[in-house]
Structures are given as C-alpha cells and as structure tokens.
Unconditional design. Structure first.
Length: 278
C-alpha cells in the first residue's frame, strides 16, 4: 500500500526504532531542526531487531511506516541501524514518502574523519553481518579498510541504565581490545544505543580514536532533504501543540521514564499502539 506524499510543511517527521535507542536520533533532530514536529514510534514489544532476520525486520518496518503514514508524516527517519541495514532499500521502493536511514550518513561522516584509512564499526550482529557500513564506505573511498565488531551486550546494558558502570567498562574492554590492536583511528557507533555509553567507549579506545555518531549526520541530512524538497518548517511550534508525540508497542510507562532521561524537554506521554494491525 502506498500513500501520496504529504507536502504540508507543518506536517510531522516520523521517526522509528526497535525501541528506545532511536531517541538518540530524535534528540539530535530536536537540537538541529527545532521547528519540526516529531511522531516517534518505538517497537518495544518486538525489540531487539539486532538478532532477527532480514525478512522479519523488513515486515516490522513496513508496518511501522504504515502506522506513521496515518499521522500524515512528510518524511520518515529510520532511526535504527538494523532496520536501516535490512529494510531501507525495500521501504524506499514501496512507499512514496522520503525515507532516510542512519547508516549512509554515518558512513559518510566516518569516511571524512579517518586519516589512516582504518575504520571500526560496532553494532548489532545483524548490522555487522549485513556489511552495510563497509559497502557505503567503499563506495565513497575504496581504499579504506573496515573492521566490524558485534557488541550485543551493549543494548541490554544501556537499557538497564548501566551507562557509567564497572560492568559496562569490563564488557567494553573485551569487545574493543581487538579494534585497538588493529590500529583504527575512527570508530562508528553503529547502533542507536551506543551514544549513551559514548564516554565508556571513548575511555577504552583512547583519545586518538575519533568516535562517529551517525545520529548527528542523519539530522543534518534530514535538514538538507527537507530544504531541497521545500518541506522545512520555518515557523516556531510551541511544545503544547503536540510537537513531540511518542508511541510504543508495549510498556509505555517504562518507555516514558527512559525517554525522559534522554530527552530533556520535560516530556511526555507515550501511547501504546497495536502495531500488528498495520
Ligand atoms: N536500535 C537497534 C540498532 O540501532 C539496536 C537494538 C536492537 O537490536 O533492536 O541497531
């Protein structure tokens, strides 16, 4: 099912993720493009995506795009690396609405940051297995070498709130030591949860390694896309006017507490949606 694209500049931007991680992307959009409304969907009932198949993640992503379209969104941001890796191509073909993922902007930023041509990527098993960062980076610069490392324990550690904790430090050392040994100078935080443990990763990697957060570059690309399409909203919107709306597939209260620890806009309520209906 495809719907005609909404050309109303005051329409919201749809942002989705497998759960709470995409809030790091939403936060960046709020910072960089403060006049835009956001409808956020976190698939908290079906998280994690990082250990699921391409078919499953694509089916979930399709349902979420259909849900976001009921909010007449003018653009959609796939604020999940795994969904960007697995589903973005199909979504772009199937829907008329402009859709932006987080992988391409992250790959671009890393290609610009590296000096020695050795880039590391940390992400879910799915994102690493898809080699998607590698493919995008090689298109920009075929001489760069990319080293991928899946760090599956980081997601539950972040969700448990252990952002600054000796346990997270220990796990980070185990995961990251091999990347230190191969002398990378740039590391992509290729999972939306990882910016929340950025300081731990930075400490373990040392100051010579530049950390790339794809969320930052994604918000920039979103702004550019909106400008190009004449869809950027210039008029300020008050917080009361449904500026930021949050939906989840389960656990709205837990999501709300977590969201308020990431986004400091005195948020918010989150509503539960039966996403299987879409
Ligand atoms: N949001 C996912 C990502 O960026 C991580 C969590 C998950 O596995 O669903 O890849």
């Amino acid at each position: 099912m495809s719907m005609e694209q909404n050309r109303d500049v005051s329409a919201p931007i749809g942002v989705f993720d497998s759960g709470v991680g995409g809030l790091t992307v939403a936060r960046e959009i709020m910072r960089q493009i403060p006049n835009e409304k956001i409808v956020y969907f976190g698939d908290t009932a079906r998280v994690p995506y990082g250990s699921k198949s391409k078919e499953t993640v694509t089916r979930f992503s399709r349902q979420i795009v259909r849900f976001l379209q009921t909010h007449r969104v003018k653009t959609i941001v796939v604020a999940c690396n795994t969904a960007s890796a697995y589903a973005l191509e199909d979504l772009e073909k199937e829907f008329d609405v402009p859709i932006i993922g987080v992988v391409k902007p992250g790959a671009k930023a890393a290609s610009q940051a590296t000096r020695n041509g050795r880039i590391g990527v940390i992400a879910t098993e799915a994102t690493i297995g898809s080699h998607i960062y590698s493919q995008y980076i090689k298109k920009i610069n075929p001489d760069v070498t990319i080293y991928g490392k899946a760090c599956p324990l980081f997601v539950p550690l972040v969700e448990e709130g252990l952002w600054e904790d000796p346990v997270t430090d220990e796990i980070a050392k185990r995961y990251l030591n091999e990347l230190i040994d191969i002398d990378i100078d740039t590391l992509i935080l290729g999972c939306t949860h990882y910016p929340l443990i950025r300081s731990t990763v930075a400490r373990v990697m040392g100051e010579k390694v530049t950390l790339v957060n794809p969320a930052f570059e994604t918000a920039r690309e979103l702004r550019e896309t909106l400008e190009k399409k004449g869809l950027l909203n210039d008029a300020p919107i008050g917080l009361g006017e449904n500026k930021y709306q949050f939906y989840v597939s389960d656990g709205a209260e837990k999501f709300k507490t977590f969201a308020n620890s990431i986004i400091k806009y005195g948020i918010l309520s989150a509503k539960t949606v039966n996403i299987e209906e879409f």
